[in-house]
Design a protein around this ligand. Structure first.
Ligand SMILES: *[C@@H]1O[C@H](CO)[C@@H](O)[C@H](O)[C@H]1NC(C)=O
Ligand SMILES: *[C@@H]1O[C@H](CO)[C@@H](O)[C@H](O)[C@H]1NC(C)=O
Ligand SMILES: *[C@@H]1O[C@H](CO)[C@@H](O)[C@H](O)[C@H]1NC(C)=O
Ligand SMILES: *[C@@H]1O[C@H](CO)[C@@H](O)[C@H](O)[C@H]1NC(C)=O
Ligand SMILES: *[C@@H]1O[C@H](CO)[C@@H](O)[C@H](O)[C@H]1NC(C)=O
Length: 453
């Protein structure tokens, strides 16, 4: 086995630049942009490839909806900061200190020394549902997770919060009159007390797209898209708002203030604009998505604050990294991505200008590491890159029998399993690429990744 492996490496080295995973861990100094990395799809690239893409973009902050160990591992030894999530289905269990401790010990502690986990969102848009059990479990779950972190000495590194839909507001204009829905006061008042005490940010998912789509004749598109426009005046403060997102953010600040808190920071855990929608989803288009996200990036880069909080730079996670083909709901839901799953941008938001690496290509010249395990001696393997997501694998047997097989890199699988059987007359047939199949000869391509420098 040892002799074959070195021969194998020689073969690969002759065709590719070969890096190990640890060599590819480069330090990046990110811009202020954060991205939501949602994974409700069956065609996404593996986390190690996504890690390469994001690092090539200098993206320094990523938000997950779970605590996917594969993702956390793929970002080991990078400077990328993670918000990880506990889905709503966990809330009830997380009110139990034993279960909360188990979760933190299994999903956070093993990764935190290598991957920067800075925040846990406990639940997402809990008040969108009518499930009052969920509503009343929210704060106890947050408190229990927080106490667990305190007990484990992690509370200084990791904050605890939850992300809200903008629907928790009953009034959002003028921003200075923003207020929460009265029916939620019994939940939000103690929640705000928790934020103030635990010093954690209040997160809001804010989509000017929804407001525009629901009322295209009333809402000026330029105002929703950060395009030049005369803006809307808050008659109470005389502050002028040239875009809706800032007005929404300040409305949340006002609503919090109305409940007696002035020292809780509001951050945008999601915002974005779909590049495609159903016929009745007015405004969903690549042009508008490009304007919204492109203009937003400029504002983030300029470290702007909102009119009512000019000294606090907006803190934003854009939704989302990829189009997610399995998201339910209207077509827009599946078309918020900046990227298609194959790594090509959905539209050009000028990231290349200040984020070199967007031109970074997945094609052959940029393949950088590839580790292969064979479980039988006497065979040699050669790998060619065909295109962004396919590799050609040629398998040579000791008896010079050669086959050429193109393998699709399975997006959701870190490992690619290829089974071969040697048929009669020397022909070799590939099986289905399933991990658990009984397999006379199994080849596992463990990782394929990209180095960005
Ligand atoms: C990306 O990060 C690297 C490493 O810190 C830095 O040299 C480079 O200028 C950054 N690129 C941009 C566009 O900020
Ligand atoms: C909650 O805890 C129960 C009992 O331990 C377990 O069976 C269930 O899978 C847990 N729910 C989630 C979402 O983890
Ligand atoms: C939730 O409650 C609102 C108001 O009480 C009601 O209009 C809506 O139909 C309810 N939704 C569901 C799914 O029960
Ligand atoms: C190769 O792997 C297959 C499937 O895991 C197994 O059945 C077979 O015995 C292995 N061959 C060797 C030589 O280890
Ligand atoms: C296998 O495919 C690669 C890539 O397309 C090609 O370069 C090579 O010549 C093929 N080999 C055989 C034996 O067909």
């Amino acid at each position: 086995m040892a002799c074959c492996c070195s021969f194998l490496l020689l073969l690969i080295r002759s065709s590719f630049i070969f890096f190990t995973l640890s060599e590819s861990a480069v330090q990046i100094q990110g811009l202020g942009i954060g991205i939501n990395y949602g994974q409700i799809a069956n065609n996404l690239p593996s986390p190690s490839r996504v890690s390469g893409l994001l690092r090539s973009l200098n993206v320094s902050r990523v938000k997950l909806y779970d605590a996917d160990p594969k993702v956390l591992l793929a970002f080991s030894n990078t400077n990328v900061e993670f918000i990880i999530g506990l889905g709503n289905e966990y809330l009830e269990n997380m009110t139990d200190p034993i279960k909360a401790q188990n979760w933190v010990q299994q999903r956070v502690q093993p990764y935190i020394s290598q991957t920067k986990i800075t925040c846990i969102t406990v639940g997402n848009e809990v008040f969108v549902s009518n499930d009052t059990r969920l509503h009343s479990n929210l704060l106890p779950a947050m408190q229990t997770v927080y106490r667990t972190l305190v007990n484990l000495g992690l509370d200084k590194q990791v904050t605890v919060t939850t992300a809200h839909s903008l629907n928790i507001l009953s009034n959002s204009f003028p921003p200075s009159a923003g207020s929460f829905r009265p029916d939620l006061a019994e939940y939000l008042q103690p929640l705000l007390n928790f934020h103030a005490q635990a010093n954690s940010p209040f997160l809001i998912n804010a989509y000017p797209f929804f407001a525009y789509k629901d009322n295209p004749s009333q809402v000026p598109l330029e105002y929703a898209l950060f395009q030049p426009n005369q803006g809307l005046m808050d008659p109470i403060t005389n502050l002028n708002y040239d875009n809706m997102l800032y007005a929404q953010l300040d409305a949340v600040y006002s609503a919090i203030k109305a409940m007696g808190h002035t020292n809780i920071e509001v951050r945008v855990s999601e915002t974005g604009w779909p590049s495609k929608g159903d016929e009745n989803e007015v405004g969903a288009s690549p042009q508008n998505a490009e304007l919204y996200n492109g203009n937003l990036l400029n504002r983030i880069e300029a470290k702007q604050g909102t009119p009512a909080n000019p000294s606090v730079p907006i803190d934003i996670h854009v939704f989302a990294l990829f189009n997610e083909n399995l998201k339910p709901g209207p077509a827009s839901e599946r078309n918020y991505g900046l990227y298609y799953p194959d790594g090509t941008p959905v539209y050009n938001i000028g990231l290349q200008g200040h984020l070199p690496g967007v031109e970074f290509s997945f094609a052959s010249k940029n393949i950088h590491y590839l580790s292969i395990r064979l479980n039988r001696s006497g065979i040699f393997l050669e790998v060619f890159v065909i295109d962004k997501i396919r590799l050609a694998v040629g398998v040579f047997y000791t008896d010079s029998n050669l086959i050429n097989l193109s393998v699709e890199l399975r997006p959701s699988n870190e490992n690619i399993f290829i089974c071969y059987d040697r048929g009669i007359h020397g022909s070799v047939k590939p099986f289905e690429t399933e991990p658990n199949r009984n397999c006379p000869l199994k080849i596992v391509i463990e990782t394929v990744g990209y180095k960005t420098s």
